[in-house]
Design a protein around this ligand. Sequence first.
Ligand code: ARG
Length: 303
Amino acid sequence: MIESKVYTESVPFSITEVGDRHDPTRVLLCSPDHFDIIDEKNVHMAGNIGQTNKELVQEQWSSLKNTYDGLKERKVLDEVSVIPGAMGCEDMVFCANQTLPYRKADGREVVIMSKMRHESRQREVPHFEKFFSGKGFQPLHFKNADLFEGMGDVIPHPQKKLLYGGYGHRTGLEAYQELAAMLDTPIVALELVSPKFYHLDTCFVPLSATSVMLCRSAFSDTGFKIIEQLFEKVHLVPEEEAVKYFSLNAHAFIANGHKIAILQKGSTVTLQILKEEGYEVTELDTSEFMKSGGSVFCMKMMY
Ligand code: ARG
């Protein structure tokens, strides 16, 4: 049995010893009705206040929704739901951040409610609590930790009962101790050392139980060593590509036996890696959302 605690320096186990976990098959989106750029919450937003094109926003989001709907029709996904964006919640479309839904070993479904760093984003969280409660998930709240941004910073090891947790910008390291106890799962905490990669989902994409793609400059030496310990194959994506195209914010997942990736168009190295790894890739344009520091992965929640 692997101890359910936070690992920061190294891991005293190999991935083959970690128990299996069921990968999710449902997708939640949030419509961009009130999407806007009104401040600079991350370095990518600099100079972009007021710079969104409302028509393009709708068009790009609809292409994303159509892509997921198509996957549902093909029975790759079991369900696609949409929460309407709320007024005064300019970043709510990024619905990877407000929660962390999790199926426990005994089959019970819980959802961890985030503690968002920015005040305007804190208002988004109750909308998601309502959605997941309606789906039968038990909401769990942090008692001590005050910074946690859900699946923006927590990414599971495919098929395994192991989580990776980014910290340093939006989530604090302290949150992971509480999270490991709430979910009864081991967590590898990875320090994010560059402001360009302020959420783990901007720089780290597990592709299978044995492979991952990432941007080296986002991680400390210690963090990178642990990743190398847990994945046989580590594909490196150049920082320039990861920043310009948010290519490591791709949504790459395995569901119902299919390997699917949805990726911002324009990248070359990332696209090649996904193809090598056997992924069926759809390229989309998310340029309006990249102005706010996010692309495909953060515009959906998978649960
Ligand atoms: N403007 C949003 C923020 O700074 C973007 C969030 C993107 N989400 C993500 N998981 N990377 O909070």
